[in-house]
Design a protein around this ligand. Structure first.
Ligand code: SF4
Length: 174
């Protein structure tokens, strides 16, 4: 895998070898070897928690930039939906009329604009169905990718307890 396709990687030009990232990583995903000039994030071990990013004062920890992927989707004839987090209101506090913001996002080329909490409502409905048929089985419903990565990479025995992805099993009512 190209290093820049990893969720997290180290920009060697900025790295000053303070090893703060190595110290904070909860899963020992950053390797230091004498033959390398700088530490290296091992993608297979990283869970994308971001603690190394916060710890690095020269900002040498960088993360995958998906803007190019989004631009390719917008250029394609496919329909696209922008799912915006409720926190967007604090990012664009100068835009007080939500319709203006939705219009701006659609102007970029998105077919649909939804607040992501709409999807949360759909997932909650699907989980209700799941739990009604659980028969005593426990489920982990975290929607945080770091938690899911942690379970998949370090506690694989719990993978069957991860609530399945909404699109894989949701059945419309009736
Ligand atoms: S993102 Fe988290 S798990 Fe990945 S290298 Fe950084 S500290 Fe370690």
């Amino acid at each position: 895998m190209n290093e820049k396709d990893q969720v997290i990687y180290i920009n060697e030009e900025k790295c000053r070898n303070s090893y703060s990232c190595v110290r904070v990583c909860p899963v020992n995903a950053i390797e230091v070897k004498p033959e390398r000039r700088h530490p290296l994030v091992i993608a297979d071990r990283c869970i994308g928690c971001g603690l190394c990013f916060l710890s690095c004062s020269p900002r040498a920890i960088e993360f995958r930039n998906s803007i190019g992927n989004v631009m390719n989707i917008l250029k394609s004839p496919r329909k696209s939906a922008a799912l915006i987090a409720p926190s967007i209101a604090s990012e664009f506090d100068d835009i007080t009329d939500y319709r203006k913001l939705v219009g701006m996002i659609r102007q970029l080329g998105f077919t649909y604009v939804h607040e992501v909490s709409f999807g949360v409502d759909l997932v909650a409905h699907a989980y209700k169905q799941l739990f009604e048929e659980a028969h005593g089985k426990y489920y982990i419903t975290a929607n945080c990718p770091t938690i899911v990565e942690m379970i998949e990479k370090y506690h694989p025995g719990l993978v069957p307890n991860l609530a399945p992805s909404f699109h894989l099993w949701w059945r419309p009512p009736g």
